[in-house]
Design a protein around this ligand. Structure first.
Ligand code: C2E
Ligand code: CA
Ligand code: CA
Ligand code: CA
Length: 271
C-alpha cells in the first residue's frame, strides 16, 4: 500500500512538472509573439438599437501565428494572465486600438478590454493618458471594458478607476450578470455602460427575464445598456424592445481586420 502511495505521488509530481513545463513553453511562445509583432487587433462593430447604425467598435486581440494561422484570445489570454504578459500585451492592444480609432472618419468610440491585473498596476491611468496623447484620440472616444473580477480589487484598482474617470475615459462593465457581485459593484463602482453577457440574450422562445431585469437596472442607474452576442434579427428586435441602447454580435458583424472596419465606417459616413 505504501509503495502504491509513493508511486501515485511520483506520478502526480511528474504530471505537475509536465504541466509546469507546458506552461513555460506557452509563456515563452507568447512572449516571442508579442516581441515579434505577431499580435493583431480585430474590431467588432457596436451598433444602435433599433437602427443598426455603427457608433464604434470593440478591439479584440488575435495572434497571427506563423504556422497555426489566426488564433483567438481564448487560446492565450489565460497564459497571458498567469504569466503577467497580459500587462505588456494589454498596453500594446490599447495603443494599437487608439491609434487605429484616431484614423476613423467620424466620432466613433473604441472599446478596449482591460484585465484586472492591468488595473491593479500603479500608474495605469498614465499608460492610458500616454496612449491617448500619442494617438490623438480624445478621451471620450475610448471605453475601457472591465469585468467583475475588478471587484476583488487589490493594488491600485480603486485609485486607477478614479484616475480613468478623471481622464474622461468611459468605463464599461463587461460580461454583466455572470458574477456574484454584479449588483453591489454597480453601486460602488460607477460606470457609463454595462454589457449584458451573451448567455442572457434569449434564444428563440427562451425567457428574457434576466435581460429585462438588467435593462431596468441600467435605466435605474442611468447607464447605457449593451446587448452582446446578438446573432439573429429576432434577438435584435427583442433586445431593442427591452430597451437596450446598443448591440454587438454576429447578426450585425463579426470581428474584422482594421482595414475592413475602416472601409465600413467610410461607407457609413458617406451615406
Ligand atoms: P469579450 O470581451 O466578452 O468579447 C466578446 C467575444 O464574443 C469575442 O470573442 C467576440 O468575437 C465574441 N462574439 C461577438 N459576437 C458574438 C456572437 O454573436 N456570438 C458569439 N457566439 N460570439 C460573439 P473573442 O474575440 O474570441 O474574445 C474572447 C474574450 O477574450 C473576450 O471576451 C475578452 O474577454 C478576451 N479578450 C479579447 N481581446 C482582449 C484584450 O485585448 N485584452 C484582454 N484582457 N482580453 C481580451
Ligand atoms: Ca469585452
Ligand atoms: Ca463580454
Ligand atoms: Ca444565445
Amino acid at each position: 500500500a505504501k509503495e502504491r502511495g509513493e508511486g501515485g505521488c511520483q506520478r502526480y509530481t511528474a504530471g505537475m512538472e509536465a504541466r509546469g513545463a507546458e506552461r513555460n513553453r506557452r509563456t515563452a511562445a507568447l512572449r516571442t509573439a508579442i516581441m515579434e509583432d505577431q499580435m493583431v487587433v480585430f474590431f467588432q462593430p457596436v451598433v444602435t438599437l433599433p437602427e443598426g447604425r455603427i457608433t464604434g467598435a470593440e478591439a479584440l486581440v488575435r495572434w497571427q501565428h506563423p504556422t497555426d494561422g489566426l488564433v483567438g484570445p481564448g487560446a492565450f489570454i489565460e497564459t497571458a494572465e498567469q504569466s503577467g504578459l497580459i500587462v505588456p500585451l494589454g498596453t500594446w492592444v490599447l495603443r494599437a486600438a487608439t491609434r487605429e480609432a484616431a484614423t476613423w472618419p467620424g466620432e466613433q468610440t473604441v472599446s478596449v478590454n482591460v484585465s484586472a491585473r492591468q488595473l491593479r498596476e500603479p500608474g495605469f491611468p498614465g499608460v492610458v493618458a500616454a496612449a491617448l496623447r500619442d494617438s490623438g484620440l480624445p478621451a471620450h472616444r475610448l471605453t475601457v471594458e472591465i469585468t467583475e473580477s475588478v471587484a476583488v480589487g487589490g493594488g491600485a484598482t480603486g485609485e486607477n478607476l478614479q484616475g480613468l474617470r478623471d481622464l474622461g475615459v468611459r468605463l464599461s462593465l463587461d460580461d454583466f450578470g455572470t458574477g456574484a457581485s454584479t449588483l453591489s459593484l454597480l453601486a460602488t463602482c460607477p460606470v457609463h455602460q454595462i454589457k449584458l453577457d451573451r448567455s442572457f440574450v434569449p434564444d428563440a422562445g427562451g425567457s428574457d427575464a434576466i435581460a429585462d431585469a438588467v435593462a431596468q437596472m441600467a435605466r435605474a442607474f442611468a447607464v447605457q445598456a449593451v446587448a452582446e452576442g446578438v446573432e439573429t434579427a429576432e434577438q435584435a428586435a427583442r433586445m431593442a424592445a427591452l430597451g437596450y441602447d446598443r448591440a454587438q454580435g454576429f447578426y450585425f458583424a463579426r470581428p474584422m481586420p482594421a482595414a475592413d472596419m475602416k472601409a465600413r465606417l467610410n461607407v457609413a459616413e458617406a451615406r
